[in-house]
Design a protein around this ligand. Structure first.
Ligand SMILES: [Zn+2]
Ligand SMILES: [Zn+2]
Length: 413
């Protein structure tokens, strides 16, 4: 069969190209001084007003190059063979906790705890020293998607989000809302492109006749039953598939347990991100924000990525099977991956967290997240049970809601 040959060919091709190609995404700067290109100062900060890096001395403002273009990460996906990895996707080394930086200003050696920080001030000459290279500790991505939304804009979004749900929200939640607790966080993602051949095989049914039969049951009773006649076909779809910029979370805490799953769902819900606009890493983008380190490696998310590739393949095949009015059931499905390309990236999120003060230590934490690029907002708001009960009484849906209340700790909207 056509599909078999194609899959065999693809598998062979993939095996022949199993070697990895590494694309070096380092800035070319040594670790240490990260200077303003105009005046040489190291006092640089990302400004949300200018939406650019701004030098505190000469006010020069600029952004780093778009990473895809700078490193050729946007070359044709159809030509990908084997694994192409940007250098920031290297396996995370847990033991790498400190780096010694030599200050190019005065020659002093400064030890930096890279678990906690990417920058430190030289205590002799007061200049800022930065980690400028892709050290493999999960804290240095290939590219950064800078914040566009200001804190004030994020607070407005969160206020509006919580406000709309005031009817159900816990009184304390709305009273205790503290805009200062809204934090700018960079969340790590792996972005993957894939060049593959997909094959789906199964059976599809087409109705040929539909009729009813009246059947006698017992002495005087009749029942009417509907029958279908259908032709059953073997269905196969085989096609080349190119996937561009699939994003997967690369911090394990987001799928750790039930509690954290809530965060994970919320972060998924504020996607997508315009990852194609991410700029080359410069530690000054992270100043004033917190960031979550990547602790998952490419092989840790490989299975998840393959599942997503399959789901995309199924969706792609759907418009081609509409003639099977009684549906198609895929029994075998697979993708032969010719090539992938991996890039690690930080995306911006404004995050508000709230733990119910009345419930003390270990209380479920609620989050409202705002996409730092688009403003898309999603969250879980602690629910006041009597308020839901009252509202549902009014709506006349008591039974259903009471049933659902038993296990209800939080609600997604
Ligand atoms: Zn300057
Ligand atoms: Zn120094």
């Amino acid at each position: 069969m056509l599909g078999d040959e194609a899959v065999a060919r693809a598998a062979e091709a993939a095996a022949g190209h199993s070697s990895e190609r590494i694309i070096d995404t380092s800035s070319g700067r040594d670790d240490g001084l990260n200077k303003c290109p105009r005046c040489g100062s190291t006092e640089i900060q990302y400004s949300l007003t200018a939406k650019a890096l701004v030098c505190s001395y000469c006010r020069h403002s600029w952004n780093e190059d778009i990473a895809e273009q700078r490193f050729g990460l946007d070359s044709s996906i159809a030509e990908l063979r084997g694994h192409t990895m940007a250098s920031g996707t290297a396996d995370v080394r847990e033991d790498l906790t400190t780096v010694t930086l030599k200050c190019q200003g005065c020659g002093a050696e400064i030890v930096l705890n890279v678990d906690q920080q990417m920058q430190a001030r030289c205590h002799w000459c007061r200049q800022t020293l930065s980690i400028n290279s892709q050290i493999p500790n999960g804290a240095v991505p290939d590219a950064v998607l800078p914040f566009l939304l200001t804190r004030e804009e994020a607070v407005e979004r969160i206020d509006a989000f919580a406000g709309k749900r005031k009817t159900f929200a816990l009184g304390r939640f709305t009273q205790e809302f503290v805009p200062e607790n809204v934090m700018g966080v960079y969340i790590p993602y792996l972005v993957v492109d894939g060049n593959m051949h997909a094959v789906l095989r199964g059976t599809g049914e087409v109705t040929t006749r539909e009729y009813t039969v009246r059947r006698r049951v017992g002495k005087d009773n009749y029942v009417t039953e509907t029958y279908y006649d259908a032709d059953v076909y073997a269905v196969q779809r085989a096609f080349d598939l190119l996937v561009d910029d699939l994003t997967v979370e690369s911090a394990s805490r987001f799928d750790a347990d039930e509690n954290e799953e809530a965060t994970n769902n919320i972060l998924n819900a504020v996607q997508p991100y315009d990852t194609e606009n991410a700029v080359t890493y410069n530690s000054n983008y992270l100043k004033g924000f917190t960031s979550e380190r990547r602790d998952l490696n490419v092989r840790d998310v490989d299975a998840e990525v393959e599942d997503k590739f399959l789901a995309i393949a199924r969706a792609k095949a759907t418009p081609t099977i509409s003639r099977y009015d009684r549906g198609v059931r895929w029994k075998e499905e697979g993708v032969a991956v010719h090539g992938t390309r991996w890039v690690s990236i930080y995306v911006p999120v404004w995050l508000y967290s709230y733990a119910d003060s009345a419930k003390g230590e270990g209380a479920l934490t609620h989050y409202i997240a705002v996409n730092g690029r688009t403003g898309t907002t999603m969250g879980s708001v602690p629910v006041s049970h009597p308020k839901i009960f009252a509202a549902s009484c009014a709506a006349g849906a008591v039974a259903a809601v009471v049933g659902a209340l038993a296990g209800l700790a939080y609600m997604f909207f």
